[in-house]
Design a protein around this ligand. Structure first.
Ligand code: EPU
Length: 426
């Protein structure tokens, strides 16, 4: 177990480059299963989840070469793919469920262990299953595995999602591209990562209409071909650096990031008092005074992203004024608030609302990262707290933030990775 020791008080200044998006690359890797042969994915972030997905694809019979330093993955998929995704991998990473659609489409059968995933709510699979059932798949469950069959192949269907679920939209699109006939998914999720997946599938020969809208029409094809594709930039990593600039009253140029994927979040930073300007390479965020409190409400894209909610609670915790943050996606994401309170933050939660009264100062203490974004929020709070904040369970942060301590140090932050077992008992 490793921990971060964060010493507060330094302003962050300089530039960072944003890698490809975690929440895109994992689905692009699953999509590679849809075509026999070598698919190359570039702009791959150097994170633990990519290694877990690579291991899962290997167990399904693919030959995966991952070159983290080059940010490149080559996935060579055999003619016949396996169909079993074991619990030891699915347990470590809920995104493993993204192989469900491709496996049913390619192998006609899938045995996927039921995911546990990170501790941010119930995260059901009902919409994945109901959509695939409409396309002709039959489901059962046994010994902790979800078992799906569609030996005769899937067929097109009309699907209305109750809620624009990211994972369900992705699984259904990946199943529909090889189904017989046309599938229409209404109330589909529209996140940039889904657009990225549809672009890669298009290059592989899929016919998808309405990309980027909430109605996707997919005309199934006989087979797909492997391709080469660059992962879209990680808007959540970009948004995390932007919030770090604001909280430390710093100045960070965030390269290879697209402001159009972060419009609401950047607008909130401007309301908080930051200056955001486009640069030739991305954008730059500067903050010259104590931030002002901002209300936020998380919603599916293009609403405010839940994956930036903890970072904005951290910002509000030291802002001038009171704010209300409403979480509409993951009920347990407020577990992070208890940790933030250990640093002296004044936050009260009631159901899916958090009420925050900004304080001038926080004070360093040991805290636990409860998930990847909570971890980022705690490091941010540590950067402005007096003294040292020890963030435990940093494997969660490593799942989503490549070279995190190096980049933070390069910007002038004081952070050190240590062996948690070697720390003196608190
Ligand atoms: N839901 C259901 N039934 C379903 C599917 C979803 O009830 O069949 C519920 C979930 O329980 C949850 C909500 O709908 O409460 C949102 O789930 P969604 O399917 O949209 O999210 P996801 O695919 O599980 C992805 C990202 C998350 C990100 C969300 C929302 C990946 C690997 N994960 O999750 O990322 O928060 O979309 O944008 O792409 C993170 O990176 O920190 C992270 C958690």
């Amino acid at each position: 177990m490793e921990a971060f020791l964060v010493t507060g008080g330094n302003r962050l200044e300089g530039s960072v480059e944003v890698p490809g998006a975690k929440n895109s690359v994992l689905k692009l890797m699953a999509a590679a299963l849809l075509a026999q042969g070598k698919t190359t994915i570039t702009h791959v972030p150097e994170i633990l989840d990519v290694e877990i997905m690579a291991e899962l694809l290997r167990r399904l019979g693919a030959d995966v070469v991952y070159r983290p330093l080059e940010g490149e993955l080559v996935i060579d998929v055999p003619e016949v793919v396996g169909h079993k995704a074991d619990y030891d991998l699915v347990r470590r990473m809920r995104a493993s469920i993204a192989v469900l659609g491709p496996l049913i489409a390619r192998a006609g059968v899938a045995d996927v262990a039921l995911p546990g995933g990170d501790a941010i709510g119930s995260r059901g699979l009902d919409m994945h299953i109901e959509g695939l059932q409409r396309m002709g798949a039959e489901f059962g469950s046994e010994h902790g595995f979800l078992i799906a069959h569609a030996e005769g192949g899937l067929h097109g269907a009309q699907i209305w999602l109750d809620f624009p679920s990211v994972g369900a939209t992705e699984n259904l699109v990946m199943a529909a591209v090889l189904a017989k006939g046309t599938t229409v998914i209404d109330n589909a999720a529209r996140e940039p990562e889904i657009v990225d997946l549809c672009h890669m599938l298009g290059k592989m020969g899929a016919h998808i209409e309405g990309v980027g809208s909430s109605t996707l029409t997919i005309h199934g094809v006989e087979s797909l071909q492997p391709t080469t594709h660059a992962t879209v930039a990680d808007r959540i990593v970009a948004g995390t650096w932007a919030t770090m600039a604001a909280i430390t009253m710093g100045d960070i140029a965030i390269d290879y990031a697209a402001t159009e994927h972060l419009e609401i979040a950047l607008d909130k930073l401007i309301t908080a008092g930051a200056t955001v300007e486009q640069t030739g390479r991305g954008f730059r965020v500067r903050m010259e005074r104590r931030p002002k409190a901002v209300d936020i409400v998380t919603l599916p894209y293009p609403g405010f992203p839940t994956d930036l909610q903890p970072q904005f609670i951290a910002l509000n915790a030291v802002a001038d004024g009171v704010s209300m943050v409403t979480e509409n996606l993951f009920e347990a994401r407020f577990r992070f608030v208890n940790e933030l309170s250990r640093l002296g933050a004044n936050v009260r939660t009631d159901g899916h609302h958090a009420f925050i009264k900004g304080r001038k100062r926080l004070s360093g203490a040991p805290v636990e990262a409860t998930d990847v974004r909570a971890g980022a929020g705690l490091v941010m709070a540590g950067l402005v707290a007096e003294g040292v904040t020890t963030v435990l369970d940093v494997h969660h942060i490593d799942r989503g933030y490549a070279r995190f301590t190096d980049l933070l140090t390069g910007l002038g932050g004081k952070i050190e990775r240590v062996d948690a077992d070697a720390l003196a008992p608190a």
